[in-house]
Write a protein that binds this ligand. Sequence first.
Ligand code: DC
Length: 229
Amino acid sequence: MAANNTPTVIAIDGPSGAGKGTISRIVAKKLGFHYLDSGALYRLLGLSAVRHHVSTDSEQGLMALAEHMDIRFETSNNGAFKIYLEGEDVSREVRTEKTGQMASKVAQYPGVRLALLKRQQMFAQAPGLVADGRDMGTEVFPAAELKIYLTASVEERASRRHKELLEKGEDVSLPALVEQVRARDERDMNRDASPLRPADEAIELDTSSMSISEVTDTVLNILTVKGIK
Ligand code: DC
């Protein structure tokens, strides 16, 4: 817990494929903290828009969906992270590249971001939270005890995504993925509403040539040095 008795929040932001999800889940598990996958909220909204025939051009329609979306996150005993939309397990569908691109589109609207803000802040429960996304340190948890900005080269991030998708049986060409990663960076970094950028006090880590355990150890060391854990 932080000094004033509010739960400790660790914000991990960065572009797609930088390893935020993997690292955040491992760190949350090691610390016994809750975990917020904020990208999943935008992904679920994209899926929900398709299911309810709401155009991604309609900010009002998307806002209404964002406020009422029936979603649930579950971590099972074996550590598997499951995501439900209206009671249906959409854990696989939510992770596809197509859903990611849609999430990036719906995430551009200020009204949508506002509608999802409270839902995200409610994840900050004792003893603490590891929150991963694009604006965790800048907008959603500006008072977070630790802010990390994870990044890696576009090529490395596309190659990681390629491996991940192949493992899931989704066959997307690597050059096409490089272009998709670039397009998503461009949209996420240049939108007016809460663009992706490191928070002023964020510690930046370029993970291009680091293994998952090296990044995890680095984050845990920073926590120790800062006296957070
Ligand atoms: O982290 P991700 O790939 O699951 O995120 C999908 C998209 O959602 C991302 O391209 C932009 C949007 N997003 C956002 O705008 N703000 C966040 N905090 C998290 C994700």
